[in-house]
Ligand binder design. Structure first.
Ligand code: KIV
Length: 281
């Protein structure tokens, strides 16, 4: 396997697959899965890696740091990195520098930017310079304060129209794909038919061109409350608890480490000889 180009990637004749990732070892596991097309270093790292209540405190340095960790492992999947809160609102040259950091220091092949019309200038600029950009509309978590909480978006005529306008403007500005988060399935399905760029859904129904989930949610490491659209394919939290408990039990019982888990000296020495050596200088 080798890294796909954006065109090859997005023109698959099956639904696209994407998971979030934030660290080297998990990325190495993910990258060995031929059916996984994309890895997103999302700013959800604020919630699942750093313990913040929202994504608002995640910085560009956090994003570069985690993208680089993932980037060192990823050889096959397409790697996308998130722009954190208000990064796209900075002066154009500063925002461009941030995108460059995610690519040059992090190893990202594309950046994702939340929001619509307010980002058009930046998106056009980046895509003009051949950096693929993924858009993100619907329940964009960076707008949680503006939305008054994590609420399903595009449910009414006014907000459906607004979503359509923003999506069409993003498409015109040159985005490669559009993430749609927490919107009614019927709205996502119709928007997917209208747009020429692929849509990738998270809580947006089955008719998007692909799906993305936060891995800690779908694999059951997150033992807190997850959104109703999340399906769990594993119980990593339980497996880890079992392993941690078994380790503590083995240490307490004096059963770990066993002989085959210890090292020996270069030549056979008595305890007395070793004690003498340890005390001799
Ligand atoms: O930050 C993130 O992980 C995301 C995805 C959930 C789409 O934006």
């Amino acid at each position: 396997m080798s890294k796909p180009s954006i065109d090859l990637l997005l023109n698959r004749d099956r639904p696209l697959t994407c998971l979030t990732c934030y660290d080297y070892l998990t990325a190495r596991v993910m990258d060995q899965i031929p059916e996984l097309d994309m890895i997103l270093v999302g700013d959800s790292l604020g919630n699942v890696m750093l313990g913040y209540e929202s994504t608002l405190r995640v910085t560009i340095d956090d994003m570069v740091h985690h993208t680089a960790a993932v980037g060192r492992a990823v050889k096959n999947c397409y790697l996308i990195a998130d722009f954190p809160f208000l990064e796209a609102a900075l002066e154009l040259s500063t925002a461009v520098r941030s995108a460059r950091r995610l690519v040059q220091e992090g190893g990202a092949q594309a950046v994702k930017i939340e929001g619509g019309e307010r980002n058009l200038e930046l998106i056009s600029h980046l895509t003009e310079f051949d950096l693929p950009v993924f858009g993100h509309l619907g329940l964009t978590p960076q707008s949680v304060e503006g939305f008054g909480g994590y609420k399903i978006q595009a449910k009414t005529e006014r907000t459906i129209k607004q979503l359509g306008r923003q999506a069409r403007a993003l498409e015109k500005s040159g985005i490669s794909a559009l993430i749609l988060e927490c919107i009614p399935a019927q709205v996502a399905a119709n928007l997917t038919r209208i747009l020429t760029v692929p849509t990738i859904g998270i809580g947006a129904g089955a008719d998007c061109d692909g799906q993305v989930l936060v891995w800690q949610d779908m694999a059951g490491l997150n033992q807190g409350k997850t959104a109703s659209f999340v399906r769990k394919w594993g119980d990593v939290g339980k497996y880890l608890q079992e392993a941690f408990t078994a380790y503590c039990g083995a240490v307490i019982a004096g059963e770990y480490p066993a002989e085959e888990e210890t090292f020996s000296t270069a030549e056979t020495l008595s305890d007395e000889e070793i004690r003498e050596m340890l005390l001799s200088s």
